[in-house]
Design a protein around this ligand. Structure first.
Ligand code: LLP
Length: 444
């Protein structure tokens, strides 16, 4: 049996292969059998790929910078099973809501390794976090600074915090996922003095222990230079804050945003490439400013989970408009993957029951939801598709499921974890009962 197109290997989990029957296999499981057993749409995560990626990121940073921590940004995807796996691999976790924190806690995630982000955390969320003994809270704005000081004081605790700064560096990614520029809702701007004022206030609050500074540029970032620029700006700022206000930079985070390859021929830097760019430029900036080495925290989300996850759909209706376009519909779409309509995200499609067939048609793969914009693949080169074919979209492990909805009362898909030929259900497909569970009914 010939191998898969080598150009597709980097977008699939490393265990991907073609079975003797000519089907796509993931983690030793035939994807067509998985679709049959669990139904579609189905999200398959490859355990070996996940663990190897966690280790690659840990190793890439730890080998270059001893005092470093890799903190998984749970917004990319969170389930109890994944929280447990990430904890086992020695990563921390970045949460952005009371909900994410609750899921992490319910899986027994070590809370000292958790960082709490968010641009408008509520008093309730802050209370839950401080009370639980969360590792660090990343302060985003003045409102939160005062609120957190009160909350921590009320609980009789001194909370370790970082201050989030926007360094005004453009990472050249989608405008909707750009966060570290001047015109953003996130963090304190250096221009105009707000970041300095935040440092002054955080140092003055007796219930806050200011450990250092944080920034996050955007997602996904295919270039290395924005990290270097951000480190220069941030470390120069830290040095000024040290001179003027006595800030001691004990921890520093340049955030996450590391990209993964999603399309053939569009590679992303490796974990080692990112680590080298971050660490080398950080060391150079620290030396230039005469600062000692703080601990370094990075927050990859997408880079940890994207490649491990493959979405499987079943092909249904076909509509041909000669000279215009051919639409083929699948049984999922924007309710399980809003990313194409939201960010014009593209994917590489692979037909799991005939992954080696020649791609001789140009097909637009539509979802099943009632919107013209519900398109998963636009004008993709694919083998001719027939009803019942199983279409796999690789690199679907990040942001699809956490952004999924019940639009058109669709049922959010199940998740299976595959390894060594075994598939384990990690999350059930939702049921019709789930759709009405939160309704007050019958009405009085
Ligand atoms: N740290 C902070 C403070 C963040 O805001 C984010 C992502 C990350 C880390 C992780 O970024 P990553 O390593 O995953 O690139 N929904 C969009 C992505 C939004 C990212 C939001 N913040 C998408 O589907 O592409």
């Amino acid at each position: 049996m010939p191998d898969l197109d080598p150009a597709l290997a980097p977008v699939l989990p490393r265990t991907a292969e073609v079975t003797p029957e000519g089907h796509l296999a993931l983690g030793g499981c035939d994807a067509v059998d998985l679709a049959k057993e669990f139904g579609t749409p189905l999200y398959v995560f490859d355990e070996e790929e996940l663990r190897a990626t966690c280790r690659a990121y840990r190793e890439a940073f730890a080998s270059r910078y001893e005092q470093s921590a890799v903190v998984y940004a749970a917004k990319a995807y969170l389930g109890r099973w994944l929280a447990a796996l990430v904890a086992e691999e020695g990563l921390g976790m970045d949460v952005v809501s009371g909900g994410e924190l609750a899921v992490a806690r319910s899986a027994g995630f070590p809370l000292e390794r958790v960082l709490f982000h968010g641009s408008n955390k509520s008093a309730q969320e802050l209370r839950e976090a401080v009370d639980a003994g969360i590792g660090r809270i990343v302060i985003d704005n003045f409102h939160e600074l005062g609120l957190l000081d009160d909350v921590a004081g009320g609980l009789g605790k001194r909370q370790p915090v970082l201050v989030r700064v926007s360094p005004n560096v453009d990472p050249h990614t989608h405008v909707k996922t750009t966060t570290g520029v001047l015109d953003t809702k996130f963090g304190f701007a250096i221009e105009g003095g707000q970041a300095e004022e935040a440092v002054v206030q955080a140092l003055a609050r007796s219930n806050l222990e200011l450990l250092g500074l944080h920034c996050h540029l955007g997602s996904p970032i295919f270039e290395l230079d924005p990290y270097r620029q951000a480190n220069d700006v941030m470390i120069a700022f830290a040095a000024r804050m040290g001179e003027r206000h006595g800030l001691e930079l004990r921890e520093y985070s340049p955030g996450g945003g590391f990209a993964v390859q999603v399309l053939r021929g569009e590679p992303a830097p490796s974990p080692g490439d990112y680590a080298e760019a971050v660490v080398d430029s950080l060391r150079a900036a620290l030396a230039r400013e005469g600062l000692g080495e703080p601990s370094l925290t990075v927050e990859p989300g997408r880079a940890i989970v994207a490649r491990a996850g493959v979405a499987l759909y079943t092909v249904g209706a076909r509509k041909e408009l000669p000279g215009v376009r051919t639409y083929v519909s699948v049984d999922g779409g924007m309710a399980d993957n809003i990313r194409p309509p939201m960010y014009d995200s593209q994917y590489a499609g692979i037909v799991a029951n005939k992954p080696l067939d020649e791609r001789r048609e140009t097909i637009t793969v539509a979802g099943k939801y009632c919107e013209s914009g519900d398109i998963l693949l636009k004008d993709a080169d694919l083998p001719p598709l027939e009803p019942g074919d199983i279409l796999a979209l690789p690199a679907s492990g990040a942001y699809n499921l956490p952004m999924a909805s019940n639009y058109n009362a669709g049922l959010r898909p199940p998740v299976v974890l595959v390894r060594d030929g075994e598939a384990k259900l990690m999350r059930h497909r939702e049921t019709y009962e789930d759709l009405t569970r939160a309704d007050v009914w019958p009405l009085e």
